[in-house]
Design a protein around this ligand. Structure first.
Ligand code: NAD
Ligand code: SER
Length: 312
């Protein structure tokens, strides 16, 4: 097992919970850090530290204490929560990232992962198979902060030689930890409501198509990117990655194949406007070419797996 000491910031969140558990299979020391308590599996399987990423000296102490040489910085305020509190979203998403970039540089952290998002695209970007490089005019504070974050990551690589790597995750679907306040969270909640109540009220319209991915694919993509030789990484802002895309009506239909009496209705709210500003599908050919990315879950496989785990 590699002797690297890894720090996951935002380890109690939807992605952090599963990423921490996976990293602990690969590395001897994986420190989970967050403002809030971790899920029991994370708490029971290794060190947990309460850390505010906005507290730079606390972050530096943690890196020094555990001799951290790889960081996965996931802490952020997501799209829907960000629109309710833009100041907080800007502070956490920007200042948090700057703290991590600066500490990584000063304390010789060898590799840094930071996730971006499909929200970096905006209403003027192409909607279908949105390319790696295109018009990017996000109109949510979340998207604006993530696009600025991408430029900071590229800058730290180009000017300071920091090995920072990034993926533009689509909406991620999982069952271990709840969604963190995103616009794509309906595609998580729908499964829990289908199993519990056989009915779901969706906050997006029936035909709102968005790019999505099942969590095991997202975790695999993250590790694949981080383990790729540095000379295979041609994009230091953030890579497009894709798996599937669907509408609320289509996912409801997929669930109905397992739960025949499942009923969905629609009450679109402010998140409809956010969703409509994002791509419907993503072109991830650069990630496929550079480090061999290939998704494995389609809508049917994801639906079967989600329902089985939630029912259990
Ligand atoms: P989440 O909200 O579930 O988790 C984020 C975690 O960060 C939370 O546990 C929260 O307590 C923690 N956090 C917030 N502020 C903090 C602070 N100041 N200091 C320390 N911890 C703090 O979000 P997630 O879905 O797990 O997303 C993780 C990352 O992936 C984010 O950067 C997000 O933008 C990105 N991303 C997520 C998705 C998705 O669909 N989940 C899609 C694209 C990108
Ligand atoms: N899933 C995220 C959100 O909806 C996209 O980054 O905010």
């Amino acid at each position: 097992m590699p002797q690297d000491a890894v720090l996951v910031i935002g380890a109690s969140g939807q992605i952090g919970s599963e990423l921490t558990l996976e990293l602990r299979k690969h590395y001897t020391t994986v420190v989970a850090a967050d403002l809030k308590n971790p899920i029991p599996e994370v708490a029971d399987s290794g060190p947990f530290l309460r850390l505010d990423v906005l507290n730079r000296s606390g972050l530096a102490d943690c890196i020094s204490r555990y001799r951290i040489n790889q960081i996965y910085h996931l802490a952020a305020i997501l799209s829907a929560t960000g629109e309710k509190n833009p100041e907080l979203a800007w502070r956490v998403n920007m200042k948090g990232l700057r703290n991590v970039l600066d500490c990584s540089l000063q304390m010789n952290v060898q590799k840094l992962f930071w996730p971006s998002t499909i929200a970096v695209f905006g209403p003027n970007s192409p909607k279908q198979r949105t390319p790696q490089w295109t018009v990017m005019e996000p109109n949510t504070i979340y998207g604006i902060s993530k696009l600025a974050g991408e430029r900071w990551c590229d800058y730290y690589f180009q000017k300071k030689n920091l090995d920072v790597r990034s993926l533009r995750y689509p909406g991620l679907i999982s069952y271990k930890a709840p969604g963190g306040g995103g616009t794509t969270d309906y595609a998580i909640d729908i499964f829990f409501e289908a199993v519990r109540h056989r009915r779901f009220t969706c906050f997006l319209k029936a035909d709102t198509r968005l790019p999505m991915m099942y969590m095991p694919d997202a975790i695999r993509a993250t590790l694949l990117l981080m383990e790729a030789p540095a000379d295979r990484i041609t994009v230091r802002s953030s890579y497009n990655i894709a798996a599937i895309d669907f509408t609320p009506a289509e996912i409801a239909e997929a669930i109905r194949k397992h739960i025949a009496d499942f009923v969905i209705d629609y009450q679109p709210d402010f998140r409809q406007q956010i969703a409509e500003s994002w791509p419907e599908s993503i072109d991830d050919s650069v990630a496929r070419r550079d480090w061999g990315w290939m998704p494995s879950y389609n809508l049917e496989a994801l639906t079967t797996d989600m329902l089985a785990h939630i029912a259990a």
